[in-house]
Design a protein around this ligand. Structure first.
Ligand code: SAM
Length: 219
């Protein structure tokens, strides 16, 4: 393993803005940092599969009334975003290291305003469809965690993931809010994430891939 990656695994453990899920531990969701009194009344925004947290950093920096939580299962990636948040003095950004499959252990029902899926892994094989972050198992969890009227936002470079999501969401009788869009190149100002381009997105754009957006409400 490269030394820089190994160092990140060690450093991220010391960061005050990163929570690690502990196997077998059972804690009430409201005991986690994002339910601290100081965050009371703030708009809770959760980014799933945040990677290095570029989107979460931008959301938190753009609005101090938002409390953002970036979630990923790769702690060396979280390390990058969490260190930047500390450097920038962003007290409204927290990170959680866990599998998204376990999200309901960390959040109380009806307490999230926005869920963001930023370039989720498409899992292209049919037999892997259940791992896609908009498979029915995940949508059930999001519906439970979102506040009434809360929104799920998707940003993806995968037509397969986009079409799968559209179908899965519409099968639930849910209306997709934004019209389907395919945006080529870099001249488009995204409707929901102005100016935010993660390293993953940059690489996708440089390969000429279009970026698609979707928003929907589950309850
Ligand atoms: C393609 S990357 C996108 C990263 C980032 N959102 C961006 O825009 O650059 C997908 C990320 O999702 C994370 N991820 C995928 N499935 C996950 C799961 N089930 N639980 C937690 N993290 C997951 C991966 O570790 C990876 O960092």
């Amino acid at each position: 393993m490269p030394r820089t990656k190994r160092h990140k695994y060690a450093r991220v453990r010391q960061l005050p803005n990163v929570t690690f899920s502990v196997l077998g531990e059972s804690r009430p969701p409201r005991s986690y940092p994002w339910y601290r009194d100081r965050y009371e009344g703030m708009r809770r925004v959760v980014e799933l599969g945040c990677g290095k947290g570029e989107h979460s950093l931008a959301f938190a920096a753009s609005d101090p009334k938002k409390l953002c939580v970036g979630i990923d299962s790769k702690s060396h990636r979280i390390c990058v975003g969490a260190e930047k948040a500390l450097d920038l003095g962003l007290e409204n950004l927290q990170f959680l290291h866990t599998r998204i499959e376990r999200i309901e252990a960390f959040f109380a029902a009806g307490t999230i305003h926005e869920i963001w899926l930023t370039f989720p892994d498409p899992h292209p094989k049919n037999r892997e469809a259940k791992f896609r972050l908009t498979a029915p198992f995940f949508l059930d969890a999001y519906a439970n965690l979102l506040k009434p009227g809360g929104t799920v936002y998707l940003k993806t470079d995968s037509c397969l993931f986009y079409d799968f999501t559209r179908k899965t969401v519409e099968q639930r009788g849910v209306r997709v809010l934004s019209p389907p869009k395919r945006v080529a190149g870099t001249d488009f100002d995204p409707p929901y994430t102005p100016g935010v381009v993660s390293a993953y997105e940059k690489a996708a754009r440089s390969k000429g891939k279009g970026i698609r957006y979707m928003a929907f409400k589950l309850n």
